[in-house]
Structures are given as C-alpha cells and as structure tokens.
Ligand binder design. Structure first.
Ligand SMILES: [Zn+2]
Length: 525
C-alpha cells in the first residue's frame, strides 16, 4: 500500500447512475447437472487454497534475504523470479506481447502478468483483473517508512500477503477444468510503493485494453484480518457490487463496505479510467510501513478466507451476465455523505410523552416518572407516580409490551392507571397514526433495488424483528422492488409474518417482521 504523504483531492464528475437490470438473488436457483459439476470443481479449487501454501509463499517473499523487495533491487528481482517460477509451473499463459511474463517499465521495474482464457466464445474477449503489488519499501527511508529507517522492511502484510493470495488464486483457477466464461487477467504490480508506478504504467500501456476489463479486484494488505472485518473500498463505484459480494460471502466474513476511496493502491489508475475497481484490505496497523511488518503477526487463516472470498467473487463476476458497472462517483461521497443513511433519531415526538422507571418496568410495573408538558399524556390527565395497568384492556407484563402498545394503539385509546388506591380509566389521544412497522428508510443509487434502514423505533415491530440502522433490504417476501414507493406497497400488502431479504455487514439474512395492526396487537400478549 502506497503511503500517501500529500493528498491531492481529485474531484470527479458525478452523474446519475445507469440503472442495471435486476439480477437473480440466488444465482444457483436452477442448478443444472453441468452447473453442479462446476460447483464441485470450484469447491475443489477453493480447498486448494491452504494456510500451508500461503505460508510457504509469504515465508519466502517476506524473508530478510529479499531485503524488503524494493522495486529495481536484487531482492525484488528474486521475488519476481519466484512468482514467475510458480506461474510457469501452473502452465499459465504469459500475457506480455513478447510472450514474456514481465511487462518492463522505466527504469528497470517489472510487472508480472498472466492470462487465463475464458471458456465462452463471446465473453472471452472480456476480462476480470485480479491484482496486487509484490514490491515493498526495501530498507525504508523518510519518504516511504514510518521508521526506524535502514532496517529491512519485510512487508509481510504489505503486500506479501496479497501476492501469496493471488498466487493461490492463480493456482486454483489453473486447476479448474472448465474455466470461467470471461478471461481472467492476473497481475503482480511493481513499484507500487514508489507511487503506483506499475499499475499506472499498465493503465497507460495496457496489454489487454482497459475497455475489455469489466471488473478489477485489488488485494493490498490482506494479512491482518481482525474481528472488525474485511475492508472493501470502491464498491460505490461499481453499481450493485455490494450485494454481489455479499452473495459470495459464504464464510460470513464481516465485510466493511467503506465510504472512503483513496489513491493509495493499485485500484486507482483503473478507477480513474472508469474500470469498476475494488480495493480488498484487512486494515492498517502500527506495523504498517515499519520493519516490524513481519510474518509472525499475520492471520494466516484470515488470508486463506480472504483469498477464497476473492476467488469466489472472481469466478462469479466472470460468469455473470452483467457484471457490476462503473458508477460515476464523487469524493463528496465521504463521511458526510453517509449521514444520509443515518437519519437522526432526535426530534421524533413520542406518541404519548411519558418516562417511567426502567428497573420497575423490567418487572412489568410501569410507573410514570415524568410527563411532557402539553403531550397526549398531559392532556389525558396522567400524573407522575401513576402506574399504568392496561392499554385498551391489554394488561401490561413487560416494558416492551407497553412501548409496543403505545406505538401500535389507535389514536383514540383507553388507559387504565392505578393512582394510590384508585383505578382510573383515562381516554388518550395518541399522536399520529399507529406505527405498523417502526422503521424509516432511504435508497442508495450505488445499490439499486435495495433500501437502507435509517432509523428503527425502539419497541416497534421492526426493533423486535432485529432490524437495525444500516440494514439493507432487497426483497419483501421474495419480491423485488425498484423504488421507495414500491417497497412501501409491498410491505403494506404483505401477509404476516413478512419475510425480508436483508444484508448487514456483508452477511445475508432473512428477517421475519410481524406487522402490528391494531387488532392483531391487541390479541397478543
Ligand atoms: Zn505499502
């Protein structure tokens, strides 16, 4: 990963996204025998990616002998020779025009490129690019290291990890008897640490024209998978890619779909030329660009999982009818932009306007501790110290029941309260309509055909169903939608319980939502 010392803000034009035809949610729903044998073959290929193999590559690439693999040095050449030797053994086709594995560039640097031809006569002229850089910063200096300088920087995570992963992906692809429909271009970039030199050179002098590259996965630093998950940047520049990846996340890795996207690795020269390019990364750490970025600190099994996820995604996108297309994207889509998807929870007026003792509420005793002035509760004559017995004859047992009842009750409701020794029946005019679901949503044109939950009301049916802010919903009882209105119509028209196809942190799930129609709510305990 390139250390950005000066960040020059690149402003790109932003236009409306081009809508994309719907893709089937379960890509293997109509499995023919042929498909099944392809699945078996893919499983075998996936299983060929092992910790032992990855470790062997990284042990060599990140050894002191290679002296930090700085572009143009002996150690870097030894790394290149190792990679080419592996590719040769796999009998992969060298991609360079002169039949060589190397693409040379000034002054004495070398990208390494191979091609796996596609199996479909029509689609083989299109490519999926899988790449990562194999160089690092050598002994480190003031401009490329965070110190101490003059000591071998092994770059085990940066980027022996990605290099090893791509070598294993290449081997897995080479083992497939039936190749993916589109061709795969595999690249090991040089000179990345000197300013993305290798990938920039390729973008300027492409061997496969960039127009033919439909999708790009860049692995840079995939060696430190932690519970926070795998970072994926650039998904917003590839329409629909988020859901596409979530579908391939069969290991349920937590995926962190990042909103920021920076020119700090080899995805950038391709992104600048409108190739949908994803950056796959397990996150920065204290040893980043320091001599301490060593093998013993890597999460080897994490590298295996990330590599397998990349292989699954690569094969899927190579076979997909319409791969995620480039979406003009703006740097304005940064942290500020994400606020659109996190609607404020404040300033929502409550339907009743009371607070109550939380501890007592746990035991089903709702004793009011404050009444908001001019609220429905105030108007109805509720007082501090009153204990709520029932709402519309529904006797309270838990605090959640109370909240749910208040949210879902008709505007004209009756409450029974105990005040001292007396029981009083009070008529309450609750604010607004009963809440059927209890969540708000918006749409995101980076992911057409899905809504993002922006707010969930505590105690609402949505809350009970486990719906959270940032959940993305893609179907209602199996039905797709393309607008907010369509989603709303499906929701209102669906029968209880409503099954929602959802995604959160790159994991797909089904959520069962019980709508709270007033009559149904009153029949429930
Ligand atoms: Zn780096």
């Amino acid at each position: 990963m390139f250390r950005l010392l000066i960040f020059s803000g690149v402003v790109l034009s932003c236009s409306m996204s081009n809508a994309q035809p719907d893709q089937v949610d379960t890509p293997r729903s109509e499995n023919s025998d042929a498909d099944q044998s392809l699945d078996v073959a893919l499983d075998v290929a996936l299983n060929s990616i092992t910790v032992a193999n990855l470790k062997r590559h990284i042990d060599f690439l990140a050894s002191d002998t290679l002296q930090g693999r700085e572009a143009g040095t002996e150690g870097n050449y030894a790394a290149g020779a190792y990679i080419v030797d592996r590719l040769r053994k796999l009998k992969l086709t060298a991609a360079s025009t002169d039949g060589s594995f190397y693409q040379y560039f000034h002054p004495n640097f070398r990208n390494i490129v191979v091609v796996i031809p596609g199996s479909d006569e029509q689609l083989k002229s299109e490519y999926i690019l899988v790449g990562g850089h194999y160089d690092h910063v050598g002994f480190g200096n003031q401009t490329n290291s965070r110190g101490p300088f003059g000591i071998v920087h092994n770059g085990a995570d940066d980027n022996a990890s990605g290099t090893a992963g791509i070598l294993e992906i290449a081997e897995a692809l080479a083992s497939l008897r039936v190749k993916p429909k589109r061709s795969i271009l595999i690249a090991f970039w040089d000179g990345e640490e000197k300013g993305l030199l290798g990938s920039r050179h390729y973008a300027d002098y492409p061997i496969i024209p960039l127009k033919q590259i439909r999708f790009h996965l860049n692995a840079d630093m995939i060696g430190r998978l932690r519970p926070a998950g795998l970072e994926i940047s650039g998904w917003r520049a590839a329409t629909g890619s988020r859901h596409f990846l979530a579908q391939r996340n069969t290991d349920s890795l937590p995926l962190r779909f990042m909103y920021s996207y920076k020119p700090e690795s080899d995805h950038w020269p391709f992104f600048e030329r409108r190739v949908p390019s994803l950056m796959i990364h397990t996150g920065k750490h204290d040893d980043y660009h320091r001599p301490s970025d060593d093998v013993d600190l890597l999460n080897m099994d994490g590298i295996r999982k990330v590599s397998q996820f990349m292989l699954r995604s690569t094969v899927a996108v190579a076979n997909e009818v319409t791969p995620p297309e480039f979406r003009d994207w703006s740097n304005e889509e940064s942290d500020q932009f994400t606020r659109v998807f996190n609607a404020s929870t404040q300033n929502r007026r409550s339907r009743l306007g009371v607070t109550y003792n939380g501890q007592m509420a746990e035991e089903g005793i709702i004793q009011l501790s404050s009444i908001v002035v001019d609220s429905p509760a105030h108007m109805a004559g509720l007082r501090i110290g009153d204990t709520v017995v029932s709402v519309n004859d529904q006797v309270l047992k838990k605090s959640l029941d109370f909240r749910t009842l208040v949210l879902t009750a008709p505007s004209k409701s009756m409450m029974k309260v105990r005040r001292g020794d007396a029981e009083l029946d009070l008529s309450v005019s609750l604010l607004g309509d009963p809440i059927l679901f209890g969540f708000h949503w918006t749409m995101d044109d980076a992911e057409p055909g899905s809504i993002i939950v922006t707010h969930v009301t505590a105690g609402s049916p949505a809350d009970k169903a486990g719906l959270k802010q940032q959940h993305r919903i893609r179907n209602v009882a199996g039905n797709r939608f393309s607008s907010r209105n369509e989603f709303h119509k499906l929701l209102v028209g669906a029968l209880n319980p409503i099954e929602l196809g959802a995604e959160f942190d790159g994991k797909l799930s089904k959520i069962s939502l019980e709508r709270a129609d007033a009559d149904q709510a009153s029949g429930r305990q």
